[in-house]
Design a protein around this ligand. Structure first.
Ligand code: IPM
Ligand code: MG
Length: 378
């Protein structure tokens, strides 16, 4: 008897529920021995109990091998519904998915962007050609600008720092008119994500890595990132690598996307370029990610909760289904993972059962059921 896995099941808000429920069609027929544990996360839970990531969810996940996550609604702090709950419970809202990544130290956010044959949404260059896209981005997932170290006014310690004094002289801002979001990197944090990308490039035979930063301006943090990248690259002589400033990457991704293979970057830059990379291969309906440590992983579509489509059985479930393939790959169930990838490719290529984003009229469940049918016949 194969190992019985424990998988946390976290649909969250909005279309997170639609796509995860539909994806069950694949889980139901796969030869994957698992118990699925439904858990609470998201804005609905925040509204009812003042915590978008209740501790019971965190505790339950500690006993799981991996988790599947749908989507959550994140609202700005000025939104009346956020303020109401914050006042009622005396709390401050923070994105539960960002917290989840930090609590479980899921430092590696791996995001493939691969074009499928026959997808009408595949990126077209200005000259009309359709390049084959196969990019895997490793986004640092626990540090940087998303560390949550923020200040609502000037902190007194900064008054003694020369560069800060010069800033305040120049801007004439009063202490109360200043907001600070800290971009914090550690050497270990840079080391492990860059190493992950180089390891992946080597073991998959891709042998190509682009290190994306802005070291010419953000010298302390991205300077460190680049320095460590150079050290690590010297340990991988077989891997061809180069580095780029983030703004250049944004441009080159549009111009020559087929030249990229593995990309590694910090948290916010990785967040931005993975949405851009997603648009090269079908949009957010196709973009999934694996947030992992060595011990635990959360697998999710990159899209948000799209409240206006919630509960309509309308949106594309492929990103959520791809996150199942990523989970299987990470768990070492490579046969299942490859079979599912091939089933998605066949559904897209056949082109009969498609959601509206691809020009079709089929529903979320129609597409998931079709992929499950193909998977079952393989
Ligand atoms: C993503 C999302 C999240 C992020 C949001 C929902 C906090 O944009 O997974 O890319 O920024 O990481
Ligand atoms: Mg994002």
């Amino acid at each position: 008897m194969s190992k019985k896995y424990k998988i946390g099941f976290l649909p969250g808000d909005g279309i997170g529920v639609d796509v995860l429920e539909a994806s069950k069609a694949i889980l139901d027929i796969a030869d994957f021995n698992a118990e699925y544990i439904p858990l609470d996360i998201g804005f609905k839970i925040f509204e009812s109990e003042g915590d978008a990531l209740p501790s019971r969810t965190v505790e339950a996940l500690k006993n799981c091998d991996a988790a599947l996550f749908g989507a959550i609604t994140s609202k700005p702090r000025t939104d009346p519904s956020v303020q109401k709950v914050e006042q009622e419970f005396g709390v401050t809202y923070r994105s539960p998915i960002v917290r989840l990544r930090q609590v479980f130290d899921l430092y590696s956010n791996m995001r493939p962007s691969k074009s499928y044959e026959g997808n009408p949404l595949n990126f077209r260059k200005i000259d009309g050609s359709v390049p084959h896209i196969d990019i895997v981005t490793f986004r640092e997932n626990t540090q940087g600008l998303y560390s949550g170290i923020e200040f609502e006014s000037l902190i007194p310690e900064l008054k003694n720092i020369d560069s800060f004094k010069a800033f305040q002289d120049r801007t004439k801002a009063t202490d109360e008119n200043i907001r600070i979001s800290c971009r914090v990197f550690t050497k270990e944090g840079c080391d492990r994500i860059i190493r992950k990308a180089f390891d992946y490039a080597k073991t998959t035979g891709r042998n190509k890595v682009t290190v994306v930063h802005k070291a010419n301006v953000i010298r302390a943090t991205d300077g460190l990132f680049l320095e460590i990248a150079k050290e690590i690259a010297s340990e991988y002589p077989e891997v061809d690598w180069w580095d780029e400033n983030i703004d250049a990457t944004a441009m080159w991704l549009m111009k020559r996307p087929d030249e990229y293979s593995v990309i590694v970057s910090s948290n916010m830059f990785g967040d931005i370029i993975t949405d851009q990379a997603a648009m090269l291969s079908g949009g957010l309906g196709f973009a999934a990610s694996a947030s992992t440590s060595e011990k635990f992983g959360v697998f999710e579509p990159n899209h948000g909760s799209a409240p206006k489509y919630a509960g309509q059985n309308k949106v594309n479930p492929i990103a959520a289904i791809k996150s199942i393939a990523l989970m299987w790959e990470w768990l070492g169930e490579t046969n299942l993972s490859e079979k599912l990838e091939n089933s998605i490719a066949e559904n897209v290529k056949t082109g009969k059962i498609r959601t509206y984003d691809m020009g079709g009229t089929s529903s979320t469940t129609d597409v998931a059921n079709d992929i499950a049918r193909i998977f079952g016949e393989k």
